[in-house]
Write a protein that binds this ligand. Sequence first.
Ligand SMILES: Cc1ncc(C[n+]2csc(CCOP(=O)(O)OP(=O)(O)O)c2C)c(N)n1
Ligand SMILES: [Mg+2]
Length: 819
Amino acid sequence: MPKSIVLTPGALLAEDRIRFADIPVNAYARSIDEERSVLTTQDFLAIWQDMAAIREFETILSEIKTKRVYRGVAYDHLGPAHLSIGQEASAVGMAFLLTPDDHIYGSHRSHGEILAKGFSAIRKIDERALVEVMGSYRDGAILRPLEKGHRGSVEELAIKFVIFGAFSELFAKETGFNRGMGGSMHAFFTPFGSYPNNAIVGGSGSIAPGAALFKRVNRKPGVIVCNIGDASFGCGPVWEGMTFAAMDQYRTLWDPALGGGLPIVFHCMNNQYGMGGQPMGETMGCRFIARIGAGVNPEQLHAERVNGYDALAVIDAFRRKIQLLAEGKGPVLLDTVTYRYSGHSPSDASSYRTRDEVDQWQKADSLLSYKDTLVRGGVFPEHDLDEARAGIETIVFEMFKLAIDPQAAPRIAVGSDLVERVMFSNGRVEACDTRQPELLQDWSENPRVQQIRGKIRTPEHDGAPVPKLKAFSVRDAIFEAIAYRFSADPTLVAFGEENRDWGGAFGVYRGLTEALPYHRLFNSPISEAAVVGAAVGYAMEGGRALAELMYADFMGRAGDEIFNQLSKWQAMSGGLLRLPVVLRISVGVKYGAQHSQDWSALVHHVPGLKVVYPVTPYDAKGMMNAALVGTDPVVFFESQRLYDMGEMFEAGGVPEGWYEIPIGEPSIKKAGTDLTIITFGPALYTALAAARTLEAQHGLSVELVDLRSANPLNFDPLVESVRKTGKVVLVCEAVERGCLMQSVAANLTQLAFDALDAPPVVVGSRNWITPAAELESMFFPQPEWILDAVHERIKPLEGYEPSTNQTESELARRLKEGI
Ligand SMILES: Cc1ncc(C[n+]2csc(CCOP(=O)(O)OP(=O)(O)O)c2C)c(N)n1
Ligand SMILES: [Mg+2]
């Protein structure tokens, strides 16, 4: 809570009443003559053509999915096709006024939106720039097949480009916008302002606010539109995204020069259904999605419900809403009423609605009614409109044929390493923008920096171990790396719960509050999904984000954002997006079952994430430095047990200046010849204690290796160590079943089987809930567990009496019982 906003009982306990304003429903009532004052004849025609193009695009897909042929052309499309036949007016109305600087994020049903956005952008970009965009995009890979035989204008070529790029993407062709790596539900084309569409219902709800944040923080022109369905408003992350976007602080605490509230429209493509569930009347209770705005902020998100069967009504609403965003009055919620006649997907038997209902909407079809409006209004004779529609339909059909042509639009060869290459970007970027980073003070004046200056960075001082209070700690190390990066990269922002005045839940950010303006370090709502989602959106737009989850246990709250969004977008974009996001996750102790779990195994299992867990000040600083100049998403675990830990291993101490520790390189903390102990996380210190006993009392020379990284991971030093010792124990604090060490053990068995005297032994926490602080020694691996495991399963220690049961039969029993 910022001290500048004072809360008094006098004000808060006074009698009052919460008032709501009316939310307009289908209030549009402009005549065609009134529209003529803001739209040109060309505009009216463009709206018509865009709707017709989308209708034809989706009709072709519908026919080939259900009949495998369209107008005599056969094609078997294996992937999904969530069609939006019936929704064209809402897509075109949404996109019509947007410029290429305005970015749309969408859903699994967004073909119409990316086409509409592309067509709209083409009309706002001059010919030279269009040629440049198409020619440079992936070195002309999409453009080349189109140029042959094209005789029309550059604008027509660009229209073909959009349709061909979209069809190709759906059909997993190399000529797709995203090289076929995204497909129907994820396709997008950033140069025309369409950004990722999301197969996770409501997925864009938490991501798009991060994109809007990027616009504000970096003073970029344009607005963000988050196109999601009506049923998506039942998703928690969508609510979190709206809450994040509507935080008071943008207007109460941030520099007004940034522009105020986030420039985002949550745009409900309200087609009345989920798959078959009906939000209105069945699965939700709000009746109108627009009502939700009233619960979010006093402005009620400027919510409005508009007739999405009338493109002109939607355009009118967007014109007014974009103006509000420009005035800093965002965010906005727009509830656009539409209907899809097509099934949810080709397997949809429409068992949830009557034929009569569909017929009524088809009679009210937006193309028919729009045509009628234009003809009656004397804008165009019917014949001209029919001709224009036939013309665009021909182009769509031609582009379909080109996209299924294996010569013009090849698929990546089976055996290609493309997917492998796009999993990580492996880049290095010092600064994501050229402007001066904003800081409120010189670091030399910063109280935290001054405090750190007096600390001892080496394992020993004057021949004695360094007392805890004087030691340069893991907490200081992470702070130092982050503080440096804030001076280097102007786009870097950090946010999460209790990040600012509190100094981060565990004090890592103490000192940053004085140094950074609000927009570079801020408290988020308790919305883990929005914290991670916004970091993803911020990075998609070109910035670098540092997000924080207070406890690893809360990863579940941001599950989709970590497992499906942060991890996958680099690859699903075909390598076009980079996601420089560092997600700091603190692993708890002493707080029991829901606050003390090491969930590193979950993220290790998910492709597309770099995962690290440094536990010494030297490693923590060097790896945070590496993570914050890289271009990949990094999950950065930190142990609450170790924030105060000083350096114990690096004789030269922790450098004050810049250095990097490459992600993926294990560290040999102590050399030895008889036994290898590999650790991950705080188990390093447990293993060190065990190693000392093994050496002192049993004459075993122990090599101690800290993985530091879970993924990527260079196995060479591990194999080398095991080849030398022939024996290996792997220790971590995650529950033993399914932990990272099981996977490392299995790989070592593959890679060094011939050198092993015994199978690798994994010592993890018990397969239980984490018990109370007083009982933790029953749960987390203790040094004696390691000795017992060595004695029972690797090499009997002479005269040794184990104190716990680490035998194979006990392992089998536990596995059988599931505990
Ligand atoms: C998180 C998640 N839950 C469920 C699904 C399966 N699913 C796909 S589309 C859909 C309905 C979505 O309805 P809505 O948000 O209204 O969008 P529409 O399909 O109507 O465009 C469902 C349940 C999913 N893809 N993601
Ligand atoms: Mg819907």
